[in-house]
Design a protein around this ligand. Structure first.
Ligand code: CO
Length: 210
């Protein structure tokens, strides 16, 4: 697709929006009050708003390869801090997807070079943590699906370990954390795990003076 088509389609879209609702852009330009923070995969087949039927203004989005929550990722932490403490969102969604290329790459023993190896190592750590459960699954496709689910679960736990989430849990009783997996085959999102404010975790991760 030539890139010019994107700009032409943009003009058509803007015109159509304005015809349907003359106040549309004026309204959106002045306020942003999303209910949800979406942490998803960069995969072009998993657009957060399209698959959830949400409109501009409804979801605050962060995407990276294989929807990872990494405690030294300044980008992710800034998004999380802004969403929780300034936008006051009530729900954080980590949405993985079956057939995730990042998860698949992490399952292999291939060298993807320094930078990607470093990123994918986080998924290898998830595999290692659950290797008994994973290695018990004979079918490779099913093992792949299982790792996608376990990865989402692990990233949700990592969110809960941040002081950003724990402080909001303690003082505001929000947000609820949701772990989802999207299926490319039928477009359906599966709910894997919810974590309510105040959910328990290993003692060592709990801050007692927030
Ligand atoms: Co992916």
């Amino acid at each position: 697709m030539p890139y010019e088509k994107l700009l032409i389609d943009n003009k058509a879209w803007a015109k159509e929006q304005k015809e349907k609702d003359p106040d549309y852009f004026n309204r959106l330009a002045h306020i942003q009050t999303p209910e949800f923070l979406w942490i998803g995969c960069s995969d072009s087949r998993v657009p957060a708003d399209k698959i959830t039927g949400t409109q501009p203004g409804e979801i605050f989005v962060h995407r990276n390869i294989a929807n990872l929550v990494i405690h030294t990722d300044v980008n992710l932490l800034s998004v999380l801090d802004y969403a929780v403490n300034h936008l006051k969102i009530n729900h954080v969604i980590v949405c993985g997807h079956y057939g995730c290329g990042g998860v698949k790459a992490a399952m292999s023993n291939h060298d993807y070079n320094y930078l990607l190896n470093m990123w994918l190592r986080n998924i290898k750590d998830v595999y290692s943590l659950h290797k008994d459960e994973l290695n018990a699954v004979d079918d490779e496709e099913q093992r792949f699906d299982k790792l996608v689910e376990l990865n989402v679960r692990e990233q949700l736990m990592k969110l809960a370990k941040t002081s950003i989430i724990q402080r909001a849990w303690k003082h505001d009783k929000r947000p609820v954390l949701h772990g989802w997996v999207y299926s490319l085959k039928d477009g359906i999102i599966h709910n894997i795990l919810d974590m309510q404010p105040g959910s328990a975790m290993d003692d060592i991760y709990e801050y007692d003076d927030l």
